[in-house]
Design a binder for this molecule. Structure first.
Ligand code: SF4
Ligand code: MG
Length: 335
């Protein structure tokens, strides 16, 4: 399978007044052509910063890619002039966010925003641009397309705005679409429709998707591969079947346990106890050790590296070291 997006040993740091926060710390990921890669983690895990690094949208923040490579279809997209980066955005790579209102222009009609998107990247006649805008809007399944072309964002529902955002992101047929929690603000029914829409358009347009979420339930719906992030690192990565069928890392197990089951009340949710550590006081060994119920001595001293638990399935946990028994098995009475 062709690698459409390749992130190699990415380090993105934030330079605050008194401390350097390693928001992304040696992350390597591969997005295969035509597939969807989910990046999962709590807030502060580095998943959004990874996306912003790929989009080259760290300008104006205190963040900077300090090391590593990001290749789009083999082309380096980090060490290129700002002008070239601008060309990539919305053209070869585009992004949708959780709150479409922040990315839509409130005083411009939907039609004109879509047309402007095309014109930023391609030279088409007015008629061609209009037809293409109308066509992609129609593909998103919104009702009364001609009317909506003339409407303003505030006249639409949240679900409709998200569809318009998706249309805007895909109108130039990008090689990669990055979606950062695009359905989090929507209710469950609309959420399912939007995921379905993304799947359909992905097939039609041939875009590959980097899907960022805190919700493993959503990952199961839409992703082919998954990378679970914690404290700026990938802690577990696998194809979606192996990740759910053979979950290796205690943090992923915790995330899985916190997916609400049908009919379960929200108060009954199992959430992983404790918080993501303060970047000023990062644990020395495994970054998850303060919250991990399996933690043992070594976890507090030495950071685990990746171990391959199945072909292509990596976990950064000492429990996954080959030939090692889990502590719970060690204390079980032997038959
Ligand atoms: Fe838990 Fe230790 Fe594994 Fe970290 S290395 S996840 S602390 S068992
Ligand atoms: Mg985020």
């Amino acid at each position: 399978q062709k690698k459409i997006l390749e992130i190699k040993h990415l380090h993105t740091h934030f330079f605050t007044d008194d401390v350097v926060v390693k928001a992304v710390d040696d992350v390597s990921l591969v997005l295969e052509e035509g597939s969807t890669l989910g990046i999962v983690g709590e807030s502060g895990s580095g998943k959004s910063v990874t996306a912003l690094s790929v989009m080259n949208l760290l300008m104006g923040t205190k963040g900077k890619v300090v090391e590593g490579e990001i290749l789009l279809n083999g082309d380096d997209i980090v060490h290129i002039p700002e002008e070239k980066k601008r060309e990539l955005r919305g053209g070869r790579i585009s992004m949708i966010f959780q709150e479409p209102m922040t990315s839509l222009n409130p005083v411009m009609t939907i039609g004109n925003q879509l047309i402007e998107c095309i014109k930023n990247h391609e030279s088409l006649s007015k008629k061609e641009a209009y037809d293409r805008a109308r066509n992609i809007l129609e593909m998103t399944g919104v009702p009364r397309v001609d009317k909506m072309m003339k409407e303003y964002p505030f006249q639409l529902s949240g679900g409709q705005r998200q569809r318009v955002m998706i249309a805007m992101a895909l109108i130039c047929e990008p090689e990669v679409l990055i979606a950062d929690e695009p359905t989090t603000a929507l209710d469950v029914t609309i959420q399912a429709q939007i995921l379905d829409l993304m799947n359909r358009l992905k097939e039609k347009i041939g875009t590959s998707i980097l899907f960022i979420t805190h919700d493993l339930g959503v990952v199961a719906e839409i992703c082919d591969h998954v990378a679970v992030m914690y404290c700026g690192r990938v802690v577990e990565t696998a194809d979606v079947y192996s990740l759910f069928g053979n979950t290796a890392h205690p943090y992923t197990q915790g995330l899985l346990a916190s997916i609400p089951k049908l009919g379960e009340k929200v108060e009954e949710l199992t959430v992983i106890p404790g918080n993501v550590p303060n970047p000023r006081h990062m644990p020395i060994g495994c970054k998850f050790s303060p919250r991990c119920s399996y933690a043992f001595e070594r976890c507090f001293q030495e950071e685990p590296r990746f171990f391959e638990v199945a072909p292509g399935h990596l976990s950064r946990c000492w429990l996954n070291e080959p030939n090692r028994l889990k502590p719970c098995e060690e204390v079980l009475p032997q038959p």
